[in-house]
Design a protein around this ligand. Structure first.
Ligand SMILES: Cc1cc2nc3c(=O)[nH]c(=O)nc-3n(C[C@H](O)[C@H](O)[C@H](O)COP(=O)(O)OP(=O)(O)OC[C@H]3O[C@@H](n4cnc5c(N)ncnc54)[C@H](O)[C@@H]3O)c2cc1C
Length: 402
C-alpha cells in the first residue's frame, strides 16, 4: 500500500483522502488544528452553500482567469456529482430560490460527522496538532507536533492548506514562505469576498452597523447587480459587494478608491418616485417626504445624507434621482483575516494538469491555496472539492508511473 500524506483537513484534503483511500492507499491526514474541517463548519453557519445549479458554462465563468485550468477539473466532478456525494452521506440537497444548492440540514456538522466516520472506516488516519513547517534536507515532511518535531516520508504528498482568511480556523497562509523557498511560483494572497471601507461619519457607522440594505442594485463601471449589502461600522459587506469584490479590489489598488452607485429602489422609475414625492406637502422635511412618499427607512434616508450631503434636494425629481443613484466611494478592502476567501496562491503555471508542483515532484496542491477566486454562491466549496479529487487522481497516476 502506497503511503500518502495529506496536509490540511478541509474540504479539499478530505476529498483527496476519500479518493486515495478508495484506491487502497495508506492515507494519513495531518492538520495543525486540534480538530478538522473548521472552516467547513463555519461555512455551515450560513447554511452551507455547497454549489450552484446554474448551467455549467455559466458556472465555470465565475472563476475568471482560472476558468480554463479549473474547468476540466470541475467537469470531472461537477455540481450534480457533489449533490450526489452529499446524498451518499445522508445529506439530501435542495436548490434555493437564487439557484444556490444547500444540504437540507442547512449546516455542515452532520455532513462532516458522517464523512469522517466513512473516511475512518476506509482506513484514513488523522493526526491533528501537526503543523507542517517544511521539509528536511532529505526531503521528509517536517511537522511541529505536541511531542516535538515529527518527520514523515510518504510516497506522495498533497498540500491542501487553504487560504489566509479567518486564520483562527486553521488556514493562515504560512505556507507561502515554504513554497516560495521551494521555488514555487505564487501570486500574492489577497482578500476575496470581503467588505470595503467607505469611511462613514461616526454617527452613521455607530447607528446603522449591522443593518441590511435589501433589494438594492449596485453599479460599478458597467456592471449592475441586484442583491443586498450590510452596513458595517466602517463600510459595506454582503452578497452584492462580494460579487464585485475582485473588480473593486483591483480598482482601489490602481486608483486609490472605487466609486459605486446604489439604487435603493431598483424596481421603480425615477419619474414615479418623483410623482409620489410631489404628492407630499412641501412644508414637510425631506426625511418625512421620503418616509411617507416612498417608504425609505431611517437607514436609507441617512445613507442619502451620507452620500449627497445633509441638505437633500427639495425638488421631487432631484430627490427621486438621489434615491436611484447613491454614490459611495470605497477606499479600502477589509483585511484578509476578515474575508470569506483568498485570491492568489500557487500559480497554475507552477503545477501540471494533475496539480503536481513542477518544482517538487510527488507533491500536489489542492483547494483554496491554488490561484483562483470566485464569488460566494457555492463556487468556493465546489472548486475545493473538485481540485481535491483531481490532486488525488494525479497522485494515483504518479504512483502508478513512478
Ligand atoms: C465564514 C465563511 C463562510 C463560508 N461559506 C461558504 C459557503 O457557504 N460556500 C462556499 O462554497 N464556501 C464558503 N466558504 C469558503 C470555504 O469554506 C473555503 O473555500 C473552503 O473551506 C476551502 O477549502 P480548503 O480545503 O482549500 O481549505 P480549508 O478549509 O481552509 O482547510 C485547510 C486546512 O489546512 C490546515 N492547515 C493550514 N496550514 C497548515 C499547516 N502548515 N500544517 C497543517 N495543517 C495546516 C488548516 O488548519 C485547515 O484545516 C466560507 C468561508 C468562510 C470563512
Amino acid at each position: 500500500m502506497a503511503a500518502v500524506a495529506i496536509i490540511g483537513a478541509g474540504p479539499a484534503g478530505l476529498m483527496a483522502a476519500e479518493v486515495l483511500a478508495e484506491a487502497r492507499c495508506a492515507v494519513t491526514v495531518y492538520d495543525r488544528m486540534p480538530s478538522v474541517g473548521r472552516k467547513l463548519l463555519m461555512a455551515g453557519r450560513g447554511g452551507l452553500n455547497l454549489t450552484h445549479s446554474e448551467p455549467l458554462a455559466q458556472f465555470l465563468a465565475r472563476y475568471g482567469h482560472a476558468a480554463g485550468r479549473l474547468g476540466p477539473l470541475i467537469e470531472a466532478f461537477p455540481p450534480e456529482a457533489l449533490s450526489t456525494w452529499s446524498r451518499g452521506l445522508g445529506q439530501e440537497t435542495f436548490v434555493g430560490s437564487s439557484g444556490r444548492v444547500f444540504p437540507k440540514a442547512l449546516k455542515a456538522s452532520p455532513l462532516l460527522r458522517a464523512w469522517l466516520a466513512r473516511l475512518r472506516e476506509a482506513g484514513v488516519e488523522f493526526r491533528t496538532r501537526h503543523d507542517l513547517v517544511g521539509w528536511d534536507a532529505g526531503g521528509a515532511l517536517r511537522f511541529q507536533a505536541p511531542t516535538g518535531e515529527v518527520f514523515v516520508s510518504p510516497e506522495a504528498t498533497i498540500l491542501a492548506l487553504g487560504g489566509a482568511s479567518w486564520p483562527k480556523l486553521g488556514s493562515n497562509g504560512a505556507w507561502v514562505d515554504l513554497l516560495a523557498q521551494a521555488g514555487v511560483g505564487l501570486s500574492a494572497l489577497q482578500p476575496a469576498n470581503a467588505g470595503f471601507d467607505v469611511g462613514w461619519s461616526e454617527l452613521f457607522g455607530d447607528r446603522f452597523a449591522g443593518q441590511p440594505l435589501k433589494g438594492i442594485a449596485v453599479t460599478f463601471g458597467r456592471t449592475r447587480l441586484r442583491g443586498e449589502a450590510m452596513v458595517t461600522r466602517d463600510g459595506l459587506e454582503g452578497g452584492a459587494i462580494y460579487l464585485l469584490s475582485a473588480a473593486l479590489r483591483e480598482a482601489i489598488a490602481k486608483d486609490g478608491s472605487a466609486r459605486v452607485w446604489i439604487d435603493l429602489r431598483p424596481d421603480a422609475r425615477v419619474e414615479d418616485l418623483a410623482a409620489r414625492l410631489a404628492q407630499q406637502p412641501s412644508h414637510q422635511s425631506a426625511a418625512n417626504r421620503l418616509r411617507k412618499g416612498v417608504h425609505l427607512t431611517p437607514l436609507e434616508t441617512n445613507l442619502l445624507r451620507e452620500a449627497h450631503g445633509k441638505d437633500l434636494p427639495g425638488e421631487p425629481l432631484a430627490l427621486a434621482a438621489s434615491i436611484k443613484g447613491v454614490p459611495l466611494r470605497l477606499v479600502a478592502i477589509r483585511p484578509i483575516e476578515r474575508a470569506i476567501s483568498t485570491a492568489g496562491g500557487v500559480r497554475f503555471e507552477a503545477v501540471d494538469d494533475e496539480l503536481m508542483l513542477k518544482a517538487k515532484p510527488g507533491v500536489f496542491v489542492a483547494g483554496e491555496m491554488l490561484d483562483w477566486e470566485a464569488p460566494t454562491g457555492g463556487y468556493l466549496l465546489q472548486a475545493s472539492f473538485a481540485t481535491g479529487r483531481a490532486a488525488a487522481r494525479g497522485v494515483l497516476r504518479w504512483l502508478g508511473s513512478s
